[in-house]
Design a protein around this ligand. Structure first.
Ligand SMILES: [Zn+2]
Length: 111
């Protein structure tokens, strides 16, 4: 007995032993390490493509997460999102500052 949609749709619900065998088969299929390995590889590959898109959108982390979570749909969303503005940073200490600031709030250097 294989765990597939046809078997599940035609399962005899009056026979508990057959149902237990089917559940065992399905549990084995879902917990197969090969399945999880390829799911992980696919997730990482989709995240890498998302990060590549994010490199051009100035939002690598955002687009990597979108790609990993949603795959090609996440890539399309990334491509439709506007280019993220870079966070202004102090030239002296490198810490993030507000664009309207005249002096760095971390080191006091003139911006
Ligand atoms: Zn500074």
């Amino acid at each position: 007995m294989a765990c597939d949609f046809a078997t599940l749709a035609t399962a005899d619900t009056s026979d508990p032993e057959q149902l237990m065998l089917l559940i065992d088969q399905c549990t084995k299929a879902v917990t197969d390490p090969k399945l999880w390995f390829w799911a992980l590889v696919l997730t990482l590959a989709c995240g890498a493509v998302g990060a590549w898109i994010g490199k051009y959108k100035n939002a690598v982390v955002r687009d990597a997460i979108l790609g990993a979570a949603l795959g090609p749909i996440g890539w399309i969303i990334s491509l439709c999102l506007p280019v993220a503005k870079p966070i202004p940073r102090c030239k002296a200490c490198g810490k993030p500052v507000d664009a309207a600031d005249a002096h760095c709030r971390h080191c006091g250097a003139r911006l």
